[in-house]
Design a protein around this ligand. Structure first.
Ligand SMILES: [Zn+2]
Length: 472
């Protein structure tokens, strides 16, 4: 029978008693054989004294190698006290020949006492590993691996950048690389073990960094891999030293800030845009404390947006051109059946509590819509100067059921006093419409215009504004 023993311990300084289990009875565990080889964070232990097994604990000559885990030890020849200080500064003390260990003034039992053999200090590996926040494992070939652990991954993200912080029990060497299709950044951490189960540790509903996964990349030697999945090409910067107990990556968008070049009157010729004014008719959308309805502001924004886009040569179709009700399914069907290249739904926001929130938010559902959403987000944030509420991935009906790149804009909050005043100002609405339009222009320049420059694609489009229904 192959035998592998994995023991996990937690170095929880806040807890008064660490959860070190009492030694199991001799019948409940298979007999432990002394390891043939001991490797501490990649370094093979070389000693004239071989490890021994006492009471289901391994006593091994690892004292000099503890430095590989960022720990220090000292043996007092007079008192026989063994003092070990972990990488994080926690101190544990033991006495030769006594099966007990003291940490933070609390003494607990050890399965086996530290001892001197032929003048070489042997330490209880399994329990000491736990006390140092390290991981000990014996593989099926009888090698004992003692490694730092990956404790956690923390992510702090904004719409356009994120900081990923990988926390380890002691300093490690690591390697950062990139992979494409899909784009991702990986961090390989040499001689390390996962403290948690492998899997996703973080998932974002924001654009940019999609999620972070951790896994035990290899065993014997043990290595962890952290993968940062990216929604599109991003650049990164390593903010930590070559050997570190906290690996810090700053990840940021590679998209340049929008240029100020105004579109010409024919630049978007061949680009078909569906502009969707949110709500309408009996569906008023949000209503401000002063009684202003979202549906009217949406329609005004949508008309301005359509006018601006038409002035760039785009073919613009409006789902509704007046105040009437239209189902969400009808809006999507209209865009899909008309073969639009871009779908923009125009809304203004509200929060259950008046003045509870403010700022501009952009939503999308499918990854293919992210470049469009990002372009509009960049323009709206830079031109409107409102709080950046983020670029968010949500399963909204219209962005989910349209087959072309689609996005939903929330220019500002209608039930926020300052933003309501702005939204009621036609100059602000004009600016918002221009920002959205320029986002579409940026996106079209980047992704659409070259593609449409083929004769077949150009032949089927014509310029102008068309309404879903020509009601007046
Ligand atoms: Zn709305």
């Amino acid at each position: 029978m192959k035998f592998a023993l994995t023991l996990w311990f937690f170095f929880a300084s806040a807890a008064p008693t660490p959860s070190v289990p009492a030694p199991a009875s001799a019948t409940s565990l298979p007999a432990l054989k002394p390891p043939g080889r001991v490797v501490v964070a990649g370094l093979v232990v070389k000693s004239k004294v071989a490890p021994v097994v006492v009471e289901h604990e391994i006593l091994a000559p690892i004292a000099d190698e503890l430095i590989q885990l960022g720990a220090k030890y000292a043996l007092d020849a007079v008192t026989n006290e063994v003092r070990v200080e972990s990488a994080s500064g926690e101190v544990v003390t033991m006495t030769l020949g006594e099966p007990a260990v003291t940490r933070d003034g609390i003494t607990q039992r050890l399965a086996a006492a530290p001892m001197l053999k032929e003048g070489v200090l042997l330490l209880p590996v399994m329990q000491l590993a736990g006390l140092l926040g390290a991981h000990a494992r014996i593989d099926s070939f009888g090698t004992l691996w003692l490694n730092p652990t990956l404790i956690e991954v923390r992510v702090e993200a904004k719409a356009d950048e994120a900081e990923v912080r990988i926390v380890l029990s002691s300093p490690v060497k690591y390697r950062v690389g990139t992979l494409t299709n899909p784009d991702r950044i990986y961090v390989d951490i040499e001689h390390s073990a996962l403290r948690t189960a492998p899997g996703e540790v973080w998932k974002s509903d924001m654009g940019g960094v999609g999620k972070v996964r951790v896994g035990q990349f290899s065993l014997s030697p043990d290595a962890c891999r952290v993968v940062i999945d990216l929604a599109q090409p991003w650049k990164f910067e390593i903010k930590s030293a070559e050997v570190a107990s906290e690996i810090i990556l700053r990840v940021a968008s590679v998209i340049e800030p929008p240029t100020a070049v105004a579109p010409t009157g024919t630049e978007l010729k061949g680009v078909k845009v569906v502009v969707d004014a949110g709500h309408g008719g009996h569906d008023a959308g949000a209503t401000s404390p002063n009684g202003h309805h979202e549906k009217h502001l949406n329609l005004d924004l949508a008309r301005r947006l359509a006018a601006y886009l038409s002035s760039t040569g785009a073919t613009v179709l409006m789902t509704r051109s007046d105040d009437y009700y239209l189902s969400l399914a009808d809006r999507c069907r209209f865009a899909n059946q008309n073969g639009a290249h871009v779908f923009v739904s125009v809304h203004v926001n509200s929060w259950p509590k008046p003045n509870g929130r403010h700022g501009t938010e952009i939503f999308y559902t499918h990854a293919a819509s992210l470049p469009l959403a990002k372009a509009i987000h960049a323009r709206m944030i830079s031109m409107l100067g409102r709080r950046d509420g983020g670029l968010r991935k949500r399963e909204l009906y219209v962005t989910n059921h349209t087959v072309m790149p689609s996005t939903l804009t929330e220019t500002a909050y209608l039930n926020h006093a300052e933003e309501e005043k702005l939204l009621l100002d036609p100059n602000f609405r004009e600016l918002a419409a221009q920002a959205i339009a320029l986002g579409v222009v940026d996106y079209a320049r980047e992704r659409l215009i070259k593609k449409l420059a083929t004769p077949a694609a150009a032949a089927e489009t014509k310029s102008g504004r068309v309404g879903l229904s020509e009601r007046k």
